[in-house]
Design a protein around this ligand. Structure first.
Ligand code: CO8
Length: 260
């Protein structure tokens, strides 16, 4: 599939996805949602890619939301299809067998904030702004925002953000536990690449299973999550990475991981 609004670069096991619709501050239209979905399907199969970073093109925006011009005249059934398309993308990020880091370089609003929340963690530049302004447009978040944000920052803070539509700056978002680190704009991608490099040197199978355990466990009772964790832990003992990782430790050398 030819990508009109998405740039994909692979560097040493790290795929950098850059949302690229600068004329609309990288807003998500249907075509872009399809492109992102296709990109994540391809990345799932690509054994050479260990970590994915998502960012926005330009100086101003990560993603300024779903495309308001495209949504303005749709009916309820089309809105349902649009929201489901966005939620399918979110699910594919959650189910991806490798970590996804959001490098938020500017406005992350509405569907753009929800895209960042779907990633495994967020680094933000000092210029980043986070908000769910849907109620200012007479709608509500429909791309996972009401569910994911409350799970990350708690119900009361999520209520305040969703009901007011106000924006948080990068430091406020860090204080609320949305963002892992705030960086000068020029250092954002370097820091994301550095972290991605650390992850990609580890056993990909262990990282993938750990992502699955943490994500799935959050939707389970703790007793079920612990049982799920132990089953994934055990499965790793059938992997090449476990043999290599432990032998390398015992032989005092760096592990050369090859996968499951
Ligand atoms: N959709 C379409 N176009 C946009 C969007 C958007 N979300 N955001 C900005 N643009 C366009 C502007 O219309 C403008 O175009 P033009 O130059 O042709 O007039 C261009 O980008 C530049 O924007 P501004 O001139 O407005 O730039 P400012 O610096 O003055 O303002 C803001 C920047 C504050 C980010 C402002 O553009 C803004 O408020 N944008 C809209 C933010 C918003 O409300 N986002 C939420 C949208 S609703 C949503 O995301 C719902 C998700 C739930 C369902 C999703 C399913 C996938």
């Amino acid at each position: 599939m030819e990508m009109k609004n998405l740039l994909i670069e692979n560097q040493a096991g790290v795929a950098l996805l850059t949302v690229n619709r600068p004329q609309a501050l990288n807003a998500l239209n249907s075509v872009l949602l399809d492109e992102l979905r296709t990109a994540f399907e391809q990345l799932q199969q690509d054994k050479g890619v260990k970590v994915v970073i998502v960012t926005g093109s330009g100086e101003k925006a990560f993603v300024a939301g779903a495309d308001i011009a495209e949504m303005a005249d749709i009916d309820a059934m089309q809105a349902l299809a649009f929201a489901r398309k966005g939620q399918d993308l979110i699910k594919s990020i959650g189910q991806l067998n490798k970590p996804v880091i959001a490098a938020v370089n500017g406005f992350a609003l509405g569907g753009g904030f929800e895209l960042a929340l779907a990633c495994d963690f967020i680094y933000a530049s000092e210029k980043a702004r986070f908000g769910l302004p849907e109620v200012t447009l007479g709608i509500m978040p429909g791309f996972g925002g009401t569910q994911k944000l409350a799970r990350i920052i708690g119900r009361n803070r999520a209520n305040e953000l969703v009901f007011t539509g106000k924006m948080l700056n990068a430091v406020e978002a860090e204080n609320w536990g949305i963002v892992n680190a705030v960086l000068p704009a020029g250092e954002l991608l370097d820091r994301a690449m550095e972290t991605a490099g650390k992850i990609s040197g580890n056993g990909a199978c262990g990282v993938a299973h750990a992502k699955d355990a943490i994500r799935s466990g959050l939707d389970m009772a703790e007793v079920d999550g612990l049982r799920y964790e132990s089953s994934l832990f055990a499965a790793l003992f059938a992997s090449a990475d476990q043999k290599e990782g432990m032998q390398a430790f015992l032989q005092k050398r760096k592990a050369d991981f090859t996968g499951c």
